[in-house]
Design a binder for this molecule. Structure first.
Ligand SMILES: NC(=O)c1ccc[n+]([C@@H]2O[C@H](COP(=O)([O-])OP(=O)(O)OC[C@H]3O[C@@H](n4cnc5c(N)ncnc54)[C@H](O)[C@@H]3O)[C@@H](O)[C@H]2O)c1
Length: 465
């Protein structure tokens, strides 16, 4: 556990292959504290790699459901993965956090880090876990932080544990940020573009190499670095992706006023290998549990350092404007909302998840209701979480009942089942054939030929639309 000088041979990029391993591998006993999206996926995947994993949570109801085989989230393939590993005895769920800490060598922290009201990062859940670990650890542990935390949190965890331990017990803190995407979380965990590991000792790096041994076969690039750099890598990645989205949304806005088609512009840009095609889809603005809070967290980190994060502020402002623009487009199509019905297709912030946190659909629902309109909606997975926020809107069983008698259709989420709608039937069954396509899934010319008043995002002039 001797500290390594930074910049030593361990810092840098390494591609994991069998020959890089220190020998003597045995399966690891792992505890994952926090069984939410990241904790559950991490626990199930690490168990599938052959480790013995116990996932713990303070939410007794969630653990009870998991023990009965019911998952608290929708994620493709996760249910089967959990069941398989539970059946093989490698994965279990518990609220007995002290026991789980004491019986594991490696403790992953995967609790939430929501935004504080001032936009900074709320680290209280992470710090509470650090205190609990200090209270119960009896021998050497590697404490791996998977939560997205502001730079300096790893060092603060070290300080808290040292200060709170009754007897000094050795430990290492590791930063191992998670890059999975909701909707493809298992694939992202099992076949990541990269793994980032920040640590201070050889023993901690060796332990992490054992944890991720299953990734050696697929030659996953691994960044070995210090804790602070690993923490920043996560924020910089999410902030860059959010920047790409706001950038193309701003280009879309300009396209609308000068007669260009943002779909073709993005294609033309994306084929340049320096730019790349991903995250260049104009739409209704980004949402979800990560981008909004992580961009605002990074802005606050910069502010604390006396730096004005000018690009990041513009990213946030552009995103807020984009959400408002969608509502304005809808109003433009309908005149006003008073006494009219809007059918919204899609509630989750993206397909293949039931996550509605910061979803642009919520801005549309609020705006229509405030304007005196009525909302009908359908989403393949996200109805129940939305019902908690909006108990009084109408939830339908499919796209067609949602749009029946509606005065406008709003396509918000790129679910596959919205790609091939029976448009003539919808046109016939709607009260007024207004169609706002916030995902540019349909062709403006074809929609107009079918008799819709159609609006996409960034496609031609506002006059033309
Ligand atoms: N969701 C994503 O797509 C994603 C992707 C990458 C990184 N992250 C980051 O991972 C972290 C977790 O995110 P999430 O989406 O999984 O959150 P989540 O809200 O789904 O889950 C957090 C869980 O932690 C539990 N918890 C809170 N305090 C606890 C404690 N003291 N002991 C035990 N359990 C406790 C909660 O009950 C909850 O079940 C966040 O920092 C997030 O930014 C999330």
């Amino acid at each position: 556990m001797s500290p390594l000088p930074l910049g030593s041979f361990l810092c840098g990029l390494c591609v994991l292959r069998g020959e890089n391993l220190s020998g003597g591998y045995t399966m690891k006993r792992i505890c994952v504290v926090g069984t939410g999206y990241v904790g559950l996926v991490t626990g199930a995947c690490l168990a599938d790699f052959g480790n013995v994993v116990i996932c713990v949570d303070v939410d007794a109801g969630k653990i009870e459901e998991l023990r009965k085989g019911q998952l608290p989230i929708y994620e493709p393939g996760l249910s089967d993965l959990v069941q398989r590993n539970v059946n093989r005895g490698r994965l279990s769920f518990s609220t007995e956090i002290p026991f789980a800490i004491q019986s594991s060598e490696i403790l992953f922290i995967a609790v939430g880090t929501p935004a504080r009201p001032d936009g900074g990062v709320d680290l209280s859940y992470v710090m509470r876990v650090a205190e609990t670990i200090a209270d119960y650890m009896e021998d050497y542990k590697v404490i791996v932080n998977k939560s997205t935390v502001s730079v300096g949190t790893g060092a603060e965890i070290e300080r808290i544990i040292r200060a709170k331990q009754k007897e000094p017990v050795a430990f290492d803190v590791v930063s191992n940020p998670e890059f999975l995407r909701e909707g493809s979380a298992i694939e992202d965990f099992m076949r990541p573009n990269r793994v980032v590991i920040g640590a201070r000792t050889q023993q901690a790096f060796d332990t992490m190499a054992d944890v991720y041994r299953a990734l050696y076969m697929i030659e996953t690039p691994v960044i070995l670095t210090d804790i602070e750099t690993a923490e920043m890598t996560k924020y910089a990645s999410n902030a860059f992706l959010a920047t790409k989205i706001s950038f193309i949304n701003e280009i879309a806005h300009i396209c609308e006023h000068c007669g260009a088609d943002v779909q073709m512009v993005a294609r033309g840009m994306g084929l340049d290998q320096r730019i790349g095609p991903k995250f260049l889809r104009a739409g209704g603005g980004y949402g979800g549990s990560c981008f909004p809070k992580d961009v605002s967290g990074l802005i606050h980190m910069a502010k604390d350092a006396g730096i004005e994060a000018t690009i990041l502020r513009a990213v946030v402002d552009t995103n807020e404007r984009q959400k408002r623009l969608m509502l304005e487009k809808l109003e433009h199509l309908m005149g006003d909302f008073e006494g009219k019905t809007v059918g919204i297709l899609g509630l989750s912030f993206k397909p293949d998840t039931d996550d509605i946190r910061e979803s642009p659909s919520l801005t549309i629902i609020r705006g229509v209701l405030e304007g005196g309109g009525r909302v009908k909606t359908f989403d393949p997975t996200a109805v129940e979480p939305t019902r908690k926020l909006f108990p009084d809107i109408e939830y339908c069983d499919d796209s067609y009942s949602t749009l029946q008698d509606a005065d406008a259709a709003v396509l918000m989420t790129e679910w596959n089942e919205f790609r091939n709608l029976d448009l003539p039937r919808i046109k016939k069954e709607m009260n007024t054939a207004n169609f706002l396509d916030c995902r540019n899934m349909y062709d403006p010319g074809e929609m107009e030929a079918l008799g819709f008043r159609y609006m996409g995002v960034g496609r031609g002039t506002t006059k033309k639309q």
